[in-house]
Design a binder for this molecule. Structure first.
Ligand SMILES: N[C@@H](CCC(=O)N[C@@H](CS)C(=O)NCC(=O)O)C(=O)O
Length: 207
């Protein structure tokens, strides 16, 4: 398997799952800062020009959450997905919650604080998105009361996706009201196979 990735990005969700599964893979770094994702050879792999991409034989898979799910399903005996249908539905629920309710406001904040050209950034949208993120973080915070993992009593792929997404929120200093979420995220990142935190991965970028 090959993982096309770039350190501090959503690639972390795929790398985390691969590392927890203990699966061998070739890591191919595509430097977004240097614009390598717009080169024709990468666009042939993902015409959207985005990371991560997993290649497994003839399967070329984009979308970080789909990659994490595919990997967990490919190795069912590693137990990263519940076998019970209702628990599995809850895993899907939290994966989608991460990718829509939590991530979308974070993506807007990242774009309007760092990615868009300065003249096109909208501080008003950063304020709105911050409030929207916090309202949804409060829902997860309440859910996590007394829990170690987001679904059931063992780790699932939803924990990796959520922990990375919370780290992203932490980068934007949005977790201040949620010490329980900070504790959950930090607990997940102390797992022996956890990837680098976003800040650490950023610090390692070769510019
Ligand atoms: N929904 C996609 C989003 C992928 C995405 O936007 N990746 C970013 C890095 S986190 C990227 O490659 N950006 C390059 C660009 O948009 O030009 C996923 O979860 O994989």
């Amino acid at each position: 398997m090959q993982l096309y990735e770039f350190g501090p990005t959503r690639s972390i969700r795929a790398r985390w799952t691969l590392q927890e599964l203990g699966v061998d893979f070739d890591a191919i770094s595509v430097n977004l800062v240097a614009g390598e994702h717009r080169r024709p050879e990468f666009l042939r792999i993902n015409p959207a020009g985005k990371l991560p991409v997993l290649v497994d034989g003839d399967l070329v898979l984009t979308e970080s959450v789909a990659i994490a799910l595919y990997l967990a399903e490919k190795y069912p005996n590693r137990g990263l997905l519940p076998t019970d249908l209702k628990q599995r539905a809850q895993v899907n629920r939290w994966l989608l919650f991460a990718a829509t309710e939590l991530e979308q406001p974070l993506w807007r904040i990242s774009r309007h604080t760092a990615l868009y050209p300065e003249g096109q950034r909208l501080p008003g949208d950063v304020r709105l998105a911050s409030e929207e993120f916090k309202a949804m973080a409060a829902v997860l915070d309440e859910h996590m009361r007394g829990r170690q993992f987001v679904v059931g009593d063992r780790v699932t792929v939803a924990d990796f996706v959520l922990a990375y997404t919370l780290d992203w929120g932490n980068e934007h200093r949005l977790l201040g009201d949620f010490p329980q979420l900070v504790a959950y995220m930090e607990r997940m990142y102390t797992r022996p196979k956890a990837p680098l935190r976003i800040a650490e991965a950023f610090a390692r970028i070769k510019r």
